[in-house]
Design a protein around this ligand. Structure first.
Ligand code: PMT
Length: 225
């Protein structure tokens, strides 16, 4: 049976983060990463088609959000953190697909920094971890994190699953060509505390559809009465 036609997610509300964040250095410069938002937007699209309500919190990207989702545009990790905590109350499922900056600039310059010495230093401070903070809530949704890794993919992903207290984690090997950041295709390995499922290389839309279906299977298992 077709996952979309069946509307398996009717009655669910998915909160999804997508894209990169931008951490300001001064009024004209920032620290960011290569996330395009394609993976998170494809998940939002698949969840909508399967009948969920979707709130999509997005860092700055150039792609168009799927029709029918509630889109919230943010720039920095701090803004994404604030919006996620505000909107998590109505969510049944939280998917943290955004590539959130781990650090922000300690003292953002009010004016454009002038070129002077041959070397310069930037002091950075750790950002709040959005998905880990949501996993601390007493009344929390079903939580799916991502792990973008360039080595020791399974070990690091399982570490994040346990440490951040998540229900599932989608490991993304971003060292392989043709998948991960900014490409149209992806491959993921979904881990729970007890099992492991491969989603083979395909377009991000096909990968998203499979991921959404697998998340829902775990969700139904968890809340089946
Ligand atoms: O956007 P695309 O170009 O389509 O690329 C997709 C992707 C590679 C960005 C995506 O598949 C992916 O792997 N997203 C997670 C990227 C990431 O930053 O992973 P991480 O291993 O650094 O973070 C682990 C988890 O903690 C993630 O769920 C992340 O959203 C979350 N996190 C991290 C830091 C922070 N301050 N708050 C968070 O919530």
């Amino acid at each position: 049976s077709d996952f979309f036609v069946e509307k398996h997610l009717a009655g669910q509300h998915w909160l999804i983060t997508a894209g990169p964040t931008r951490e300001a250095i001064d009024p004209v410069r920032y620290i960011s990463n290569h996330s395009s938002g394609k993976m998170g937007y494809a998940i939002a699209h698949a969840a909508l088609r399967a009948g969920a309500k979707v709130t999509l919190i997005s860092g700055p990207v150039t792609i168009t959000p799927p029709v029918g989702c509630h889109i919230i545009n943010v720039e920095s990790a701090a803004e994404m953190h604030q919006q996620a905590l505000e909107h998590v109350k109505e969510a049944t499922t939280f998917v943290a697909c955004a590539a959130v900056a781990d650090y922000r600039v300690a003292n953002v310059a009010q004016e454009k920094i002038k070129k002077s010495n041959d070397a310069m230093q930037l002091d950075l401070i750790k950002n709040h971890d959005i998905v880990a903070d949501i996993a601390q809530l007493a009344d929390k949704p079903f939580i799916v994190g991502f792990a973008a890794e360039t080595q020791n993919v399974e070990q690091y992903a399982r570490g994040k699953l346990m440490r951040k207290n998540l229900d599932l984690i989608a490991a993304n090997d971003v060292a392989k060509a043709g998948q991960g950041f900014n490409s149209d295709d992806n491959a993921l390995t979904l881990f729970s505390a007890v099992d492991k499922t491969e989603i083979p290389l395909a377009s991000k839309h096909i990968v998203a559809k499979k991921l959404v279906s697998l998340i829902n299977e775990h969700y139904q298992q968890r809340y089946r009465t």
